[in-house]
Design a protein. Structure first.
Length: 68
């Protein structure tokens, strides 16, 4: 993971929402064997397009809200 990785931020936001007793939608869960990092890397490659879309949506929301 990189510190600027959007995935970390999305996960952190989800955890914060859960701890604040707010409702939040879960899009799915994926479980990985910690002794098998290749499985997670394969899943990340498979999800790359979705991660890029989330990043673009996040950037769009930021730009649209800059006027506030």
């Amino acid at each position: 993971w990189r510190t600027d990785d959007l995935t970390v931020r999305v996960y952190d936001d989800l955890i914060n929402t859960a701890h604040q007793a707010e409702f939040c939608d879960v899009m799915g869960e994926v479980f990985f064997d910690l002794r098998e990092p290749r499985a997670m890397r394969a899943w990340q490659r498979k999800m790359r397009g979705r991660f890029e879309a989330i990043s673009l949506i996040d950037e769009l929301i930021w730009r649209l809200s800059e006027a506030d």
